[in-house]
Design a protein around this ligand. Sequence first.
Ligand code: UD1
Length: 374
Amino acid sequence: MKIANIIGARPQFVKYAPVAEALQRHGVQDVLLHTGQHYDYAMSKVFFDQLKIREPDYHLNAGSGSHGAQTALILQKTEEVLLNERPDAVMVYGDTNSTIGGALAAAKLHIPVVHVEAGLRSFNKRMPEEINRILTDHISTLLLCPSSVGIANLRREGFVAVANEGALIPEGTFAPPGSIDADHPLVVNTGDLMYDVLLRSVEIAERESDALGRFQLAPGTYGLMTLHRAENTDDAEQFAAMISYVNGIAARTPLIFPMHPRTRKMYSSIPAKFSDAVTIVEPLSYFDLLHMLKHASLLLTDSGGMQKEAYWLRVPCVTMREETEWTETVEAGWNILYRDYEGGHPRKDDAAGVYGDGQAADRIAAVVASLASL
Ligand code: UD1
């Protein structure tokens, strides 16, 4: 059985790493496409190096450009590869333009689409990610959800076939309940892949990262911040409002801010500026980021993945958005939307296990391998 994996943006490199190993263990051949959506060393190559991801079989070089241009290029170039490779299924991850571009190319060629991190919803269609998620889910044959929130969202949208009644599927071989195809998709709760990666990386990060020393910071004395979402950075007024909010927090807790290229571009073109209590640095590698987060007293972010990483590492998180897809982290008391933030976190500990048990990659590979028997 042959699977094509399509990745292109930073969080997808992290998610793919444990899947590649698990697919190998399950005897599934894996063709790897890098769309090139992220192309800088710090946004791409360093993740391949640290997470020991092999060199992609295809580089599509579809970085930059408007959403339309970027997605179109990914669609066109992925189609060429798929026609050449004829895989049995295509795997896409998350909610980026690489996700929808890859999924659409496959679906139009009648190749089953496996969507990892299916079912997430912000209920805000002004986010490009929300559009990408909804469309990808509705052309997928296998929808693999990180938690039961995704399952509930998909049920509401009319998906009826759900494995194991929506609970985390057991480990080991997977037998699909009934036939699956594009018209009869199956929803499966596999747990969250980023938890797999975090569990096996956190010790390595502690050993190998010298980020705290580089930035001359002591554990627990700083907050970490990331900000890159289009809805926060692309509009000058909104970005300025966020800068002013952040400066307010930085007056109490000095912040270290690894700046994403999208944010850097916009920041250089607006008059609003961060205060001296916000130290801007280059994007961090995965290990540096885990190390910095683990020892931070607070995380300020609009990233999806980091809200969960903070939750797993038990670091209070303030999410710089109007809503979040990762509602379990809010319910657990470790995450709070910035408008609700008044300085305290209840930090309840009652949501352990909502994102699975760190064995998502094996479950995902078992589900994918079961497609061969259809
Ligand atoms: C994308 C995803 C977002 C995800 C994020 C992770 C979409 C719609 N958005 O946003 O969901 O959270 O990745 O980081 O797919 N750039 C560089 N160097 C790079 C990569 C990008 O300079 O290595 C520049 C691009 O030229 C562009 C800007 O940064 O001007 C934005 O990049 P893009 O890939 O369009 O989206 P992200 O903002 O990274």
